[in-house]
Design a protein around this ligand. Structure first.
Ligand code: SF4
Length: 182
């Protein structure tokens, strides 16, 4: 497993997405987004080509929510791999499904990010192998068909991952490199 290549897959590429985070998620003005918005409703600033109309002004407008949000590449995976380049605008009947899939895949990508972070720590090769197996499994789950993703039990999955991460991190209590547990 090549760490840099794995990490590269978690780099957000908005040009390959369809503005999923700016539509699928609920957000509020209080959290640094332009206004209160329901999940599934596009942000008013989202353009027809899925770019942000005010992208260059986010900092000046103090839109910390927009600036800080990171989907870890889940958006481009959902758009390009799961729906093969089709967006919720092409598949209007499936829009809600696409948003729900994105929310699940985003959480899976977040877990993968933490697992990759743990690989950078000075841990035994046995533990590294365990983490690598979990990453391989995570990637497999991310490629499930939508119906299988929608019925995937994220809580059970997190209950499996969390103790592994916690156990490793307990070794590095005073080390700043320890990843945040979700
Ligand atoms: S302001 Fe731009 S980045 Fe923020 S949610 Fe709206 S479209 Fe997305």
């Amino acid at each position: 497993m090549n760490y840099s290549e794995e990490l590269l897959q978690l780099k957000t590429n908005c040009s390959k997405c369809s503005g999923l985070c700016c539509v699928a998620l609920f957000f509020s003005k209080m959290d640094g987004f332009p206004k209160d918005k329901k999940a599934g409703q596009p942000c008013n600033n989202l353009l027809d080509d899925f770019r942000c109309k005010i992208h260059t002004q986010l900092e000046d407008r103090n839109l910390k929510g927009c600036i800080g949000y990171d989907c870890f590449g889940a958006g481009q995976h959902v758009t390009q791999c799961i729906y093969q380049g089709k967006t919720y605008r092409d598949l209007t009947n499936q829009a809600t499904e696409i948003f729900d899939v994105f929310i699940i895949v985003f959480q899976l990508y977040q877990v993968r990010y933490y697992l990759l972070e743990v690989l950078t720590l000075d841990i035994s090769s046995k533990k590294k192998e365990r983490i690598k197996d979990l990453i391989i499994e995570n990637k497999k789950i991310c490629n499930y068909f939508p119906n299988k993703l929608l019925s995937f039990n994220l809580n059970t999955y997190k209950d499996k991952i969390n103790p592994v991460l916690k156990q490793i991190c307990s070794q590095f209590k005073n080390n700043k490199k320890v990843p945040t547990i979700f």
